[in-house]
Write a protein that binds this ligand. Structure first.
Ligand SMILES: CC(C)(COP(=O)(O)OP(=O)(O)OC[C@H]1O[C@@H](n2cnc3c(N)ncnc32)[C@H](O)[C@@H]1OP(=O)(O)O)[C@@H](O)C(=O)NCCC(=O)NCCS
Length: 156
């Protein structure tokens, strides 16, 4: 079972070493970039994903509070934003991404949000079909070449 743990001095190097496949690098920022950016992103939440003592991925989210500086008039009003999700190449296909989505919905609920939204690259190999499995669908909006997906946060 996957477990979300805070990024700390003791596990930083391990999380920095996690990589997606070579053919997936264009789909998500590196963990180094995400871990750096999160310090400057208001209302953000970052966790390493672990199975026992093995690191398997990284997740970052943002609580889209009304005063978030990036909030646009056409953004959903009561939403959490799934900013980054990566499962390391060697750990994909084992159900960890699915479990991570359970954690993402749980975090959205803990913020009192009833929608989850995210951007997905429109490039080959993107994860939109993965997100569709969790009720997150294209809204028709494209920002900087990335499709904006949204869907309801299920009850726990
Ligand atoms: C997308 C990602 C998080 C999925 O993680 P994962 O651990 O491989 O996914 P799971 O093993 O939990 O798969 C759950 C289900 O989704 C399916 N699935 C996984 N990736 C998929 C994809 N890219 N497209 C369609 N379906 C996918 C699986 O086949 C599985 O189906 P099943 O339940 O019928 O067996 C992972 O592949 C990844 O990190 N990709 C690279 C980075 C990326 O694109 N991140 C998203 C940025 S927006």
């Amino acid at each position: 079972m996957i477990e979300a743990r805070a990024v700390e001095r003791s596990n930083l190097r391990t999380l920095l070493s996690l990589k997606v496949g070579d053919d997936q690098r264009h789909l998500v920022a590196s963990n180094a970039v995400t871990i750096a950016q999160v310090h400057y992103e208001p209302y953000s939440w970052l966790r390493g994903l672990w199975v026992g003592e093995e690191a398997v991925g990284l997740i970052a989210m943002i609580d889209l509070k009304p005063d978030h500086p990036d909030m646009a008039p056409n953004d959903p009003k009561n939403a959490a934003y799934l900013w980054r999700l990566m499962i390391a190449a060697a750990q994909q296909g084992k159900g960890y991404g699915r479990q991570a989505m359970g954690l993402a919905f749980g975090q959205a609920r803990s913020w009192g949000r009833d929608m989850l939204c995210l951007h997905v690259s429109e490039r080959e190999g993107n994860a939109s079909a993965f997100y569709r499995r969790f009720g997150l669908h294209p809204t028709g909006r494209i920002d900087d070449g990335e499709a904006f997906l949204a869907g309801p946060v299920p009850a726990s």
